[in-house]
Design a protein around this ligand. Structure first.
Ligand SMILES: [Zn+2]
Length: 411
């Protein structure tokens, strides 16, 4: 059994390293001069910088992927999991509260080796390319808040799921799934009010021509919104974004302050039109439904694995409790889901094209959106020439060229 696990982990690791190298080769092959398609869109120094940025991120990714794989191999094969599980049971007993604490503790400990890499990414890599605006203090505060939220929100949910296993017998996976779904819906309502303000400040967009323009767009497209908020994204990074939060009458449009600085008014309107396109085409509920179907399949699979004594023994556990099955599933599901990511991203890219087409439709022109996309690619030093297999695995959005082409074809 153990060699199957090692083979699966190595297959994923090998594919990730191969993809990184393939992409680096493609990027280097285009490095000599700005490719013909981008002449006039991006200047020589910025293009050269985007190549260095892409290559540096690729190298860091290879380190991170290798570290994570090595840790998983050691953790799964050394017997440290069943050993610590028995210790924990001895000390704290087998109540749902104790077992949930065990799962939380394992997750927290396994997250520790990644911290130095996160640090390096923020304070070396992002710093070097002029993106970082996070202070050391803010970085640690973010991690502390994240841990606190996991304890306050994640721990009770885990306890509830483990109690449901005891209460509902063989069909526990249906109940656990329903509990998770309920929790996710509750979070979608509460997060904008309770969680996001813990990390960022939101201020209403002041009365100005931009606000009038964006509210005009919302009205024209029948998009009900309570307000337009500006988020202080510049507190952490110079990367930019826009999104909306909340449901129905509570809906708010959120623009990063960095986005407002980078784009002209018609371009901001086009970006918002794209976001409204996602809403109008019902992309969000469709994505939520797909992820709910995924978690249902996941819980069902755990329930099947929990009935297999060989699965427990292969990792040194005694059959009986659901907890080792949940833990092993959590650690190993990535070796399977990774291979489905091209499918998920293909689906997501389809939605991006639809939202772009919607934006061009309500703007009655495509050049504002094209202008916005060009600027965003330039400001974020996006890789303009990814290898198609690499972008297939990792890109949720089509590349700049693909989006421009589709926009021109649609108008
Ligand atoms: Zn989009």
């Amino acid at each position: 059994m153990w060699w199957i696990i090692v083979a699966l982990l190595l297959a994923k690791w090998g594919a990730q390293i191969w993809l990184d190298r393939l992409n680096a080769r493609t990027v280097k092959a285009h490095a000599g001069a700005v490719p013909a398609a981008f002449v006039g869109i991006i200047d020589e120094p910025t293009y050269a910088k985007s190549i260095q940025y892409t290559l540096a991120r690729g190298r860091l990714d290879q380190v991170s992927v290798s570290l994570n794989t090595a840790i998983l191999v050691v953790v799964l094969l050394s017997g440290v999991l069943p050993w610590s599980y028995r210790m924990f049971l001895g000390w704290f007993g087998g109540s749902a509260w104790a077992l949930a604490a065990f799962l939380m503790a394992v997750a927290a400990i396994l997250a520790l080796p990644g911290l130095p890499l996160d640090w390096y990414h923020q304070f070396r890599l992002e710093q070097r390319f002029g993106f970082n605006t996070t202070t050391r203090k803010l970085w640690w505060m973010d991690r502390a808040k994240g841990l606190l939220l996991a304890i306050v929100l994640g721990y009770p949910l885990l306890v509830l799921i483990l109690k449901l296993v005891d209460w509902s017998g063989a069909r526990w996976w249906l109940w656990a799934w329903a509990a998770l779904l309920g929790f996710q819906l509750l979070m979608a309502v509460l997060a904008p009010v309770l969680i996001l303000p813990l990390f960022n400040k939101f201020t209403p967009l002041p009365e100005n021509s931009l606000r009038a323009r964006l509210l005009g767009l919302a009205e024209r497209t029948g998009f009900r919104t309570r307000s337009i908020q500006v988020m202080d994204g510049s507190k952490r990074s110079r990367h930019s974004n826009a999104f909306f939060i909340g449901f129905g009458g509570f809906r708010k449009i959120v623009l990063f302050d960095t986005l407002i600085q980078q784009l002209a008014e018609p371009e901001l309107e086009a970006v918002l039109a794209h976001e409204i396109g996602h809403f109008k085409k019902k992309h969000i509920p469709k994505m939520l439904a797909a992820s709910a179907a995924g978690s249902l399949a996941g819980f069902y699979l755990v329930s099947v694995l929990a009935g297999q004594a060989w699965f427990y023994r292969a990792f040194g556990f005694e059959p009986g409790s659901i907890v080792p099955a949940l833990l092993l599933f959590g650690l190993l599901s990535g070796v399977v889901t990774f291979w489905f990511s091209p499918l998920a991203h293909w689906w997501s890219r389809r939605y991006e094209y639809q939202a772009d087409a919607f934006a061009a439709g309500v703007m009655k022109e495509a050049h504002s959106l094209i202008g916005a996309l060009r600027k965003l690619n330039e400001k974020n030093l996006s890789n303009l020439t990814p290898h198609p297999i690499y972008s297939g695995f990792y890109y949720s959005h089509p590349t700049l060229l693909e989006r421009e082409q589709a926009l021109r074809d649609s108008t």
